[in-house]
Ligand binder design. Structure first.
Ligand code: K2U
Ligand code: ZN
Length: 173
C-alpha cells in the first residue's frame, strides 16, 4: 500500500469535476486501499479521489470510533436529502487547520457501487450523512470553504499559500 499526496487548497486541481468510474477493476481496488491508508494516517474520516488528484467518482469513509468500519462509495448518487438541515463544524484534509460551520441535510438516501461492483442503497443520518455530503462536494470540485464568506475564504487562501511557501523554504534549508 502507498500513502498518497493530498492536494491542498487553493490547488486548482481540487475544482476538477470527477468522471464516473468505468470499471471496478484491480486499479480501483489498489486506489481504494491506498486512499484508506492515506485517510487513516491523516486522521480523517473521509477522503475523495479528487483530493489525491484522481478525478473519478470514488470516496472512502470510516466514521467509526474504532476506525474499523470502512465504507467505499463508487459512482455515488444522492437520491433524497432531508429538507431539515443542521449547521455543523467541518474540516477538510485539503484545508489543514481550518474549521468552520456548514449547513447540511440531516439525513440522506444514496446509491453507489461497492468494491465488489454491486449496487448498494443507503439511508444515513448524523456524522455519516455530513461526511458523505462533504465528500460528494469534492467529486464536483467543491471545497467546504466555498460555503464561507468571500472574506473568510480569502483569508484562508492567503494563510495556506503562506504556509506552503514557509514549508517549501524550510524544506530547502
Ligand atoms: O474530505 C475530507 O478532507 C475529509 C474530512 C471529512 C469530514 C469533513 C467534515 C465533517 C466530517 C467529515 C476530514 O475527515 S476532516 C477531519 C475531520 C475529522 C473528524 C471529524 C471532522 C473532521
Ligand atoms: Zn474535504
Amino acid at each position: 500500500m502507498t500513502q498518497l499526496t493530498i492536494l491542498r487548497y487553493p490547488d486548482s486541481r481540487l475544482h476538477t469535476v470527477a468522471k464516473p468510474v468505468a470499471a471496478v477493476d484491480a486499479r480501483i481496488q489498489r486506489l481504494v486501499s491506498d486512499m484508506f491508508e492515506t485517510m487513516y494516517e491523516a486522521a480523517g474520516i473521509g477522503l475523495a479521489a479528487s483530493q489525491v488528484d484522481v478525478h473519478e467518482r470514488l470516496v472512502v469513509i470510516d466514521v467509526s470510533e474504532k476506525r474499523d468500519e470502512p465504507l467505499v462509495l463508487i459512482n455515488p448518487e444522492i437520491t433524497w436529502a432531508s429538507e431539515e438541515t443542521r449547521l455543523g463544524e467541518e474540516g477538510c484534509l485539503s484545508v489543514p487547520g481550518i474549521y468552520d460551520g456548514v449547513e447540511r441535510s440531516i439525513a440522506i438516501k444514496l446509491k453507489a457501487l461497492g468494491l465488489d461492483g454491486q449496487l448498494q442503497t443507503l439511508e444515513v443520518e448524523g456524522m455519516l450523512a455530513v461526511c458523505i455530503q462533504h465528500e460528494m462536494d469534492h467529486l464536483i470540485g467543491k471545497v467546504f470553504v466555498e460555503y464561507l464568506s468571500p472574506l473568510k475564504r480569502n483569508r484562508i487562501k492567503t494563510k495556506l499559500i503562506k504556509q506552503k511557501k514557509d514549508e517549501e523554504r524550510d524544506g530547502e534549508r
